[in-house]
Design a protein around this ligand. Sequence first.
Ligand code: PHE
Length: 442
Amino acid sequence: MANGAPRAQWGSRLGFVLAAAGGAVGLGNIWKFPYIAGEYGGGAFVLFYLFCIAVVGMPLMYAELIIGRRGGKDPLGSLRALTKSSPAGPALSWVAGLMSVAGGFLILSFYSVVAGWAIHFLMISLGAIEMAPEGAEATFGALVGNGWMSALWHSVFMLITIVVVAQGIQKGIERACSILMPSLIGILLILLVYVGVTGGLGDSLAFLFRPNFADLTPGGMLEALGHAFFTLSLGMGAMITYGSYLGKDSHVLRDGVAVAILDTVIALLAGTVIFAVVFAAGKEPGAGPGLVFVTLPDLFQSMPGGGFFAVAFFFLLIFAAWSSAISLLEVVVTFFVDEAKMSRTAAAWGLGLVTWGLGMAVAFHGPLLDFLDNLTTRYLLPGGGLVIALIAGWMLSKQDREAGFAGANVLAAGWTFIIRFLTPVAVALVLLQKMGLLQLGG
Ligand code: PHE
């Protein structure tokens, strides 16, 4: 590719959908969505989150995919190619392009450490490591406090991520995701049947799907909107990058919608399973970030067949995180292959190593994790999403913009309106709130 060979392409439509859904479905779905839904009171929050996915997430997903598909390069290269005729185009393309590489690099460095914790708990479930006698809270505390342990699992996780990305689009990413995604869905369905037997399912469904609008605070609404970005991997060019390996325009809309629906259904199923376990044990849903690393492991110990449940659950978490990590590294790798003409192998190992280095710092210095998490999810993703929406709505030619609608003019007009006005305003609101410039309660 670097020396003029034609650009790699996904082998099949399904392969692309599984890879993109693999990128989207990650820690955000299985770790973060359940705990924020728990913290913000369930039903009404979930309903508003669904609304955000449909009204802001899906249009931006389409925008990123069509930009990648039409631009045929990394985010910077694609945006630059498509905005040539617009005066502000090149500058904004640089902004969004650099935010994308920075996003991939920074998110992956802490994402890999958290994914490493899941490996640690998998090892505990398999009996290879002992749980602390005081229970999961002490176990988790010791893990986070012990830099070497976190660093070990982080290194393992980075290694398996690099190996896949180094093998390229079809042989690496598409092949891995074609195994990981079906396995993930299979495990989730098994867990669902399992909680159907062990109980708590009714309470869980009521909590997640019976809205009580008095519970929905403005702060919760903005959290839902922000999470819609994170969970769909929007705002940092991940979908531009994957879109750049697509062959045809006409399926972009349908495939983008399929990815968003898969991501959403998997988050809802994961939430259903987790809250069934929590409610069956008579626990509270608002445990916060420790929900899957503290609350669940403790409950697994007292559940019938909990050992099996724990193994399946942590495999699920690792598979989800792995296919997302692959997409994060791929953004950075595609950038250096396209812009700096590096070989894929050199880019994957070289940049993987740099990311591993930052992750090591995260493993040994806990506060760095919160800092990087906040920096990226609060500012970088919504900021990048804002720039991408503005470019997509106002600077792309009509032909490029509407290429994925296959002549469906009403849809194209509706999308154009949303991406020009609604998305930028919604994102600006999230940004202002996150920066503390807009004080909304809750
Ligand atoms: N969407 C992933 C998740 O839910 C996280 C991610 C964000 C991946 C941005 C790629 C880009 O875990």
